[in-house]
Design a protein around this ligand. Structure first.
Ligand code: GDP
Length: 194
């Protein structure tokens, strides 16, 4: 995969607008502020591909882009307390609609802030992925913010905190240092070969 060949496709605010799934697809999911935009921009080496915001809870959309025959879906961040009920409903419609479609979804990169236990929303999302038997990998973000000791502690704790933890691939990731980029790209490369 030549990550420089990435092209932004479009943003969608309702699931009925989503284009048909005509390419192998990889999705990115996580709560607002987990570092999803930073991860995407790091992978593709493009500052503005996904919008990094200091203020979380921007309008929920699914953003599609593609590179070398694979489509990437940046799912809207969840769990931002200050959004209205209407906005939460819209988010739920969008994300449930997305997963209900018959898409060629190969993997979901499920982001979790490595510094903290998974939130209730993270666990809801992970349970959902497990229930639907959707393949996913846990990307543990902001790894650079932890000391060696804290990192060991969090990795051990996640074994208790995540359902089916022993079966989940976990990739510590940092958009600052580039840690985890190669591991994520190896998973994408495997999908490309399929
Ligand atoms: P999103 O809402 O999930 O897209 O999160 P963003 O990518 O916008 O990141 C939220 C905040 O966390 C921003 O202030 C980022 O600079 C910061 N951030 C994201 N990833 C990292 C990381 O790997 N390391 C550090 N130290 N900060 C990060």
């Amino acid at each position: 995969m030549n990550y420089h060949n990435v092209q932004f496709e479009a943003s969608y605010g309702t699931s009925s607008q989503l284009p048909p799934s005509d390419l192998p697809e990889i999705a990115f999911a996580g709560r607002s502020n987990v570092g999803k935009s930073s991860m995407i921009n790091k992978l593709f080496n493009r500052k503005g591909l996904a919008r990094v915001s200091a203020v979380p809870g921007k309008t929920a959309t699914i953003n599609f882009f593609h590179a070398d025959g694979i489509r990437f879906a940046d799912l809207p961040g969840y769990g931002y307390a200050k959004v209205s009920k209407g906005e939460k409903r819209r988010w739920a419609e969008l994300i449930e609609g997305y997963f209900a479609q018959d898409r060629d979804l190969r993997v979901v990169f499920q982001l979790i802030d490595m510094r903290h236990p998974p939130t209730a929303d993270d666990l809801t999302m992970i349970d959902f992925l497990i229930d639907r038997e959707l393949p996913f990998v846990a990307v543990l973000t902001k790894a650079d913010k932890l000391s060696k000791k804290q990192r060991e502690e969090r990795l051990a704790a996640l074994e208790r905190e995540l359902p089916c933890a022993d079966q989940i691939i976990k990739i510590p990731f940092s958009a600052e240092t580039g840690e985890g980029v190669d591991a994520v790209k190896a998973i994408v490369a495997e999908i490309e070969r399929d």
